[in-house]
Design a protein around this ligand. Structure first.
Ligand code: HSE
Length: 373
């Protein structure tokens, strides 16, 4: 099978290396790159040369960002080429449109690498769903933020120093705000909910990140037997669903609390299978490249995933409720003290919690909030 790579950054290079070293049945025939970076005879900056090449069966999009990735994916599907992508931003924004275009043009869209790096998470969801409804999922889905919290705890390091290390190691997004403000996990949560619940998941979900997390916050929670992790979560019940992205202060005994470095741990619940956990490297050139090459091989073997979002689940934020701890200078009305300078606010939906955090940030821009998991 001849394929084309769109983008030759961290992920594109990983795909090229894995195919060159380990997969004789696939050839990277063309690579789309910027005009000033054409360093390989396979490279072109003219996308038309790729979409109009009848020898190319499949396009791997690993450029990142919404445009021009969206336009390129739609053109590839319309030209009868299968598409494999690691780009969570574009899939989260256009999943239903891509799925419909793939069906119409009798080709397939493969999205394994867009969530959880090298972990076969989307495949796990699809396999579980052959028998069960997935009733809920939760997960550490961002390698950068897990790495930051892990290193802060291990070395007593400061947030900014560890973030710079994560960027050097190729885990972090070009703009690290997407990692530390929860946008990357938001995209992965939208994709996961769409695949797990058959729903064109809302973009209007509550999202908060760990930008304001301090070493003192980690110490405060450690004294209560808890560790903070940034989680994406989703639940469905009785024709409705809810999703949220927020820091959660988990029991230090939980498996999630022990996830090291840039690893991810994602969990689904199914009716007969019960709880299933998937653990692995959620970011980086070779793990993400591995997930892409697995999709390419599945496509070559004739696997044709179909996504159908016609089920019409209603979005109901009340399905996700928790007690929250808010560390801020002004005590919220009616809140109990959790620890000096931190307040316990009971039984909020994730949407109400995000509103409470916004109110606290207006008075104290350093405020931090976590759900009690
Ligand atoms: N920035 C992302 C992460 C890359 O840290 O998990 C993989 O999606």
């Amino acid at each position: 099978m001849k394929i084309a790579l769109l983008g030759y950054g961290t992920v594109g290079r990983g795909v090229d290396q894995i195919i060159r070293d380990r997969v004789g049945s696939v050839e990277v025939a063309r690579i789309l790159e910027l005009p000033d970076r054409l360093t390989d005879p396979r490279m072109t900056s003219d996308y038309e040369q790729i979409v109009q090449d009848p020898d190319i069966d499949l396009v791997v999009e690993c450029m990142g960002g919404v445009e021009p990735a969206h336009t390129f994916i739609m053109k590839a599907l319309a030209s009868g080429k299968h598409v494999v992508t690691s780009n969570k931003a574009v899939v989260a924004a256009h999943f239903a449109e891509f799925a419909e275009a793939a069906l119409y043009n009798r080709v397939s869209l493969f999205i394994e690498a867009s969530v959880g790096g090298g972990i076969p998470w989307i495949a796990g969801i699809e396999k579980a769903r052959r028998i069960d409804e997935v009733t809920s999922f939760k997960g550490i889905m961002n390698g950068t933020t897990n790495y930051i919290v892990y290193q802060m705890l291990k070395d007593g390091a400061e947030f900014a120093d560890v973030l710079a290390e994560a960027q050097q190691m190729g885990y972090a997004e070009r703009d690290p705000s997407a990692d530390i403000d929860g946008i990357d996990v938001m995209n992965k949560t939208i994709i996961t909910a769409s695949a797990a619940f058959d729903v064109a998941c809302t973009h209007d979900l509550p999202v908060s990140g760990i930008r304001n997390l301090t070493k003192a916050d980690l110490d405060l929670f450690a004294a209560k037997g808890r560790t903070v992790k940034l989680l994406g979560r989703g639940v469905q019940a009785d024709g409705s669903y809810a999703v949220a992205v927020e820091p959660v202060a988990l029991s230090s005994d939980s498996l999630e609390a022990h996830v090291p470095s840039n690893f991810n741990l994602v969990t689904l619940d199914g009716q007969t299978v019960g709880e299933l956990k998937f653990y692995g490297q959620g970011a980086g050139s070779l793990p993400t490249g591995n997930a892409i090459v697995q999709d390419v091989l599945d496509c070559a073997a004739g696997r044709r995933p179909v996504y159908d979002f016609s089920r019409g689940l209603a979005y109901k934020p009340e399905l996700l409720r928790a007690d929250y701890v808010l560390r801020t200078t002004c005590a919220p009305v009616g809140a109990e003290e959790y620890a000096p300078g931190a307040w316990l606010v009971r039984d909020l939906t994730a949407v109400e919690a995000r509103a409470a955090l916004d109110a606290a940030l207006a008075a104290d821009p350093t405020s931090f909030m976590a759900a009690l998991g």
